[in-house]
Design a protein around this ligand. Structure first.
Ligand SMILES: *[C@@H]1O[C@H](CO)[C@@H](O)[C@H](O)[C@H]1NC(C)=O
Ligand SMILES: *[C@@H]1O[C@H](CO)[C@@H](O)[C@H](O)[C@H]1NC(C)=O
Length: 618
């Protein structure tokens, strides 16, 4: 046996003996992942109890991920002969299954570092090596220190590494991420059994993106859309704005994501339907509970029904409820991870859902609409891994539509970034949104009708709030966006300091739709809402209608649409938005200009043209 001592400066001496296939082998530990500070809203509380138990999950590197974008372009580029030929779940699982070598290397490392092989388990999909360890054991294996972090808002606790963790160099190459480690705010589930008690983890700062609007000074009746659309946006106004005149036949489906206690009020739905779509009175979305997400239709708290009421009134209303509308209700303060894990068992450990009933097997709809968002201030390996998972699910033919946020160039209102990458109050660098910066998501910004104008006049960027947009610090600008975004950068980009926004990042949003004065019913009365929260379900409904027509014609649903939207084939589909801006972080932010811009994307769509372009594709 050869022993080897390595100093990490903070944790003292770490003794590591590494061997595989009989021959002892040495490898120095390298920093595998780190973060600079706890994300916004979290404070370091105290050192973790060394005897607490951690379900350590070592996610192995997935082969072929570097080809993910080209696999996707092969089926999503409008010029590709394989357009629309989506993959089966089995094909996706096989293509990205980790190699036996990766499994063996991690196994030998754990054994040589003193973990009894009987305790080590390989997940049945081959994606994770799992072992239950004490905090002190984890600290030794990963050359790190664990602390308890507290979320300021909820006082919930979370175990996480102080700054970074280390792996032997030869192991590091085979490991994607280890959890729970640095990812605060990710649900790592029933993490702890110790004297600290149960510290169920709270989701990070995820905001719904709906806006409550002041009632307009209006004499128009809600039912009357003629002339009143600039201050009272009904379903008919939306149809007029986007030439969304389509009779849904009943093919395809859509899922709308709701979080925690946010839920629609059944009575409100009926009051809305009675006024605008009488045939739908009594109809409801189909509930799919994820990680304990519960139905709570009697809810009347305006803060908890506003988002969900609006989402379903828009989607069911615009589609006449002629296709199944599912409600993905995510419980336990969960967020995007839970959703992905519910679809893909291979992703479950990332979401801490091992063995949970919400792990894999949940039906995935053709279109998923999400009106919640957070910021990109999380470890980049985690963001990339989540985004790749979205890409893998997109290979199966799903379109992810997400609201771009309501705070202009920063994902979280009033919060910008300091030069060292940590959050600061007030002025600072822009904070891009999440998950909208993932290139496999279609990000939807918000527009608004100009005061007193009609549905045939051009809209402006939303005035009431700043439509979310900007450039990712994690995801580079994809090729399909290059032509449009480069043109914006060279002609119209504002000249702020070098690090205020990232000129090489993926630009968002991709498209936009109306997000102001949206007529809904809330707690019994007709009222108005809005936000990119309205824009996302409006756009998503149009994609559902496109799928309906394609499926009826014997074609596949559209799946990932971004390369098509930016292609020259779709050039005339958009109503370019050239008025308005989205200020923030002590700057004027970005402005809407001709062509793509980081406020309204390519613009709003003319549905008739959008449909004809997608119908012309194979
Ligand atoms: C870890 O502990 C949990 C809870 O006791 C158990 O369900 C799980 O199977 C264990 N995992 C391993 C790899 O032993
Ligand atoms: C800018 O974005 C690129 C990805 O396109 C990234 O590699 C780089 O680190 C980002 N810069 C900053 C300062 O975040």
């Amino acid at each position: 046996m050869v022993s080897f001592t390595f100093f990490l400066g903070f944790a003292g001496a770490i003794v590591s003996v590494l061997g595989s296939s009989g021959s002892p082998q040495l490898s120095r530990r390298v920093l595998h992942e780190h973060r600079r500070s706890p994300p916004i809203g979290w404070t370091l509380h105290k050192r973790a109890d060394p005897d607490a138990t951690l379900p350590l999950s070592i996610a192995l590197v997935q082969p072929n991920l570097h080809n993910l974008e080209s696999y996707l372009l092969d089926i999503a580029d409008p010029d590709s002969p394989n357009y629309g030929k989506h993959w089966t779940p089995a094909q996706i699982a096989e293509t990205f299954r980790p190699s036996k070598e990766s499994v063996d290397v991690v196994h030998s490392w754990l054994m040589s570092d003193g973990v009894d092989p009987a305790r080590i388990e390989l997940s049945d999909n081959g994606q994770y090596v799992r072992v239950n360890v004490s905090v002190s054991e984890a600290e030794r294996l990963l050359a790190t220190e664990y602390y308890v972090y507290q979320e300021d808002a909820s006082s919930t606790n979370h175990l996480a590494c102080g700054s970074g963790y280390h792996l032997p160099e030869h192991v590091s190459r085979h490991v994607d991420v280890v959890t729970p480690t640095i990812h605060l705010g990710r649900l790592t589930a029933s993490v702890i059994s110790s004297s600290q008690g149960s510290t169920r983890v709270h989701a990070r700062d995820v905001r719904r993106t709906s806006q409550r609007m002041q009632p307009p000074p209006l004499s128009a009746k809600p039912q009357d859309s003629s002339g009143g659309c600039s201050t009272f946006v009904t379903l008919d106004c939306i149809r007029e704005l986007y030439s969304f005149d389509y009779t849904v036949g009943g093919k395809g489906n859509i899922g709308v994501v709701e979080l925690g206690s946010e839920n629609y009020n059944g009575k409100d739905m009926d009051t809305f339907f009675k006024s605008y779509v009488p045939d739908l009175v009594g109809q409801r979305p189909k509930m799919i509970s994820i990680d304990g997400g519960a139905e709570n239709m009697g809810q009347t708290n305006g803060n908890l029904i506003g988002e969900s009421n609006m989402d379903f009134m828009l989607v069911m209303g615009l589609l006449d409820n002629k296709v199944p509308v599912y409600q993905y209700q995510i419980g336990n303060n969960g967020w995007f991870d839970e959703l992905l894990a519910a679809f893909d068992k291979q992703y479950c450990s990332d979401a801490g859902l091992t063995g949970d009933s919400s792990c894999g097997g949940t039906m995935i709809t053709n279109v998923i609409s999400v009106s919640y968002g957070s910021g990109e201030d999380e470890p980049s390996k985690f963001l990339v891994r989540t985004c790749n998972e979205i890409g893998k699910l997109s290979l199966g033919g799903t379109t992810f539509v997400v609201s771009s946020g309501d705070n202009g160039p920063t994902a979280i209102g009033g919060q910008c970034m300091g030069s060292d990458g940590t959050p600061v109050d007030g002025n600072g660098n822009f904070l891009p949104g999440w998950p909208v910066t993932c290139p496999y998501i279609t990000a939807v910004g918000a527009t608004q009708m100009q005061p007193g104008k009609s549905t045939s006049d051009p809209e402006s960027a939303s005035i009431y709030f700043g439509s979310g947009g900007g450039f990712s610090n994690v995801f580079p600008r994809p090729s399909w966006q290059d032509r449009m975004v480069s043109s914006y950068l060279s002609r119209s980009a504002p000249n702020y300091g070098a690090n205020v926004y990232n000129r090489s990042g993926r630009g968002y949003p991709d498209v936009s739709a109306n997000g102001a004065y949206t007529v809904i019913v809330s707690d019994g009365s007709i009222s108005e809402s809005g936000g990119t929260s309205a824009a996302a379900p409006i756009f998503a409904s149009m994609i559902v209608a496109v799928n309906d027509a394609r499926i009826a014609a014997g074609k596949s649903p559209v799946g990932w649409i971004n390369p098509a939207l930016y292609s020259s084939t779709f050039a005339n589909v958009f109503n370019d938005i050239t008025i308005g801006s989205a200020p923030g972080c002590g700057t004027n932010g970005f402005s809407a200009v001709p062509g793509w811009d980081p406020v309204t994307g390519l613009g709003t769509v003319n549905f008739k043209l959008l449909l004809s372009r997608f119908m012309a594709l194979p």
